[in-house]
Design a protein around this ligand. Structure first.
Ligand SMILES: Cc1cc2nc3c(=O)[nH]c(=O)nc-3n(C[C@H](O)[C@H](O)[C@H](O)COP(=O)(O)OP(=O)(O)OC[C@H]3O[C@@H](n4cnc5c(N)ncnc54)[C@H](O)[C@@H]3O)c2cc1C
Length: 340
């Protein structure tokens, strides 16, 4: 429990570390002319550090996900993203001149790249808050209705403008007059940006190269449940533990190729050469699953999660498994593994 609280601070901790290193670089050879200028510099830098950390979270680092959990990671992402409008508003709005330039579209005395980064970021924040996550809006029925009716796939693409925003802001730093001589600050900007975007790019390449599976069996145990069995096309089935989950992409199929998380209902020892998922129709994507046919191609990103941890797997103690509705899937996997 205590560990989990500490882990919740892992990503904010990365932001703080980057921010402190930037501050040291910033203040070593620059004395801000007044407190407003200092505030503007500090909040601009902090915004950039938050953005870079959010890119790291979107890579879903497995080592952290396994300990913190996917839902918690998404929540940390949402709460950190909530800090952005505040820090950005202070950065741009200091002495109101920045905001005046935005409203009058007078970009002559400010960096155009800063504005490109800002506009992209506003789109990213709106899609994140109102469509992709319910952390902030779950208290409002109307907003939840809006979220349910919105086109998630389109908003997901718009959300990826975050990368455009990071690149624009990286070059914005190079245009800021008081930073042109500050080599350590510029070095840190490039170092963090290249490292984190490079990691993001590697993650995307890995996703594109994931081994392919094909649908070999489809069963409907009840009208709204689809049980789908997948077998690897080349090579081995993915290694996983009972109770884990993966992100499934139907890459060659009538249905959308957006990644969706589903628990494995198969068990690694019991189902040696296949992976089975049981999916309940719940919305835009899952309600199209009737269009999936035998032979459709799928990739699986993962495994993620630690529902059935090592110490429980090794123990001979009796266990009680509780689940409701489609939440039975990881339990099925554990039960099948236990009898294998
Ligand atoms: C770790 C995990 C394991 C899961 N295991 C199963 C399972 O074994 N069987 C099963 O039927 N369902 C499972 N789900 C739920 C399943 O992922 C969602 O029902 C499905 O993604 C909904 O997509 P939709 O477009 O049909 O519904 P929508 O109506 O668009 O969304 C319904 C809800 O699912 C969330 N959601 C939608 N798309 C995604 C996405 N791409 N990634 C993450 N969340 C999304 C939305 O925030 C929304 O609240 C699991 C979810 C998680 C997080």
């Amino acid at each position: 429990m205590k560990n989990r609280v500490l882990l919740r601070w892992f990503f904010p901790g990365i932001t703080i570390l980057m921010f402190v290193s930037f501050l040291i670089a910033l203040l070593q050879d620059y004395i801000p002319p007044n407190i407003y200028e200092l505030m503007s510099n500090v909040t601009g830098t902090l915004s950039f550090c938050i953005m870079l950390t959010l890119v790291i979270i979107s890579i879903r680092p497995k080592a952290i996900e396994r300990r913190l959990g996917l839902t918690e990671m998404y929540e940390v992402h949402a709460w950190m993203a909530m800090a952005l409008p505040v820090t950005l508003l202070i950065h741009v709005g200091i002495r109101w001149s920045g905001l005046k330039n935005v409203t009058t579209l007078n970009l002559s005395n400010t960096s155009i790249l800063g504005y490109i980064g800002l506009i992209a970021l506003v789109v990213v924040m709106l899609t994140g808050i109102f469509v992709l996550s319910d952390t902030i809006i779950k208290q409002s029925k109307k907003l939840m209705q809006f979220k349910d009716n919105a086109n998630r796939n389109m908003h997901l693409w718009l959300h990826r403008l975050a990368i455009v925003s990071v690149i624009a802001i990286h070059f914005h730093v190079y245009q800021v007059s008081y930073l042109t001589e500050n080599i350590p600050y510029r070095f840190l900007t490039t170092f963090y940006t290249v490292t984190i975007l490079g990691w993001y790019l590697l993650y995307k390449i890995r996703i594109a190269q994931l081994p392919k599976y094909k649908v070999t069996r489809i069963n409907k145990p009840s009208p709204r449940i689809h049980e789908i069995e997948l077998k690897p096309i080349d090579g081995q089935r993915m290694n996983y533990h009972a109770g884990q989950f993966g992100f499934f992409r139907f890459i060659d199929s009538q249905v959308s190729s957006e990644a969706h998380p589903f628990s494995f209902s198969s068990a690694p020892t019991y189902h040696q050469d296949s992976i089975i998922v049981m999916i309940q129709e719940d919305g835009d994507f899952t309600e199209t699953l009737d269009q999936v046919t035998i032979g459709d191609k799928v990739t699986i990103e993962g495994p993620y999660g630690d529902f059935y941890p090592e110490e429980v797997r090794q123990s001979n103690q009796p266990m009680v498994l509780l689940s409701g509705g489609i939440g039975v899937t990881p339990n099925l996997s554990v039960l099948r593994e236990e009898i294998a």
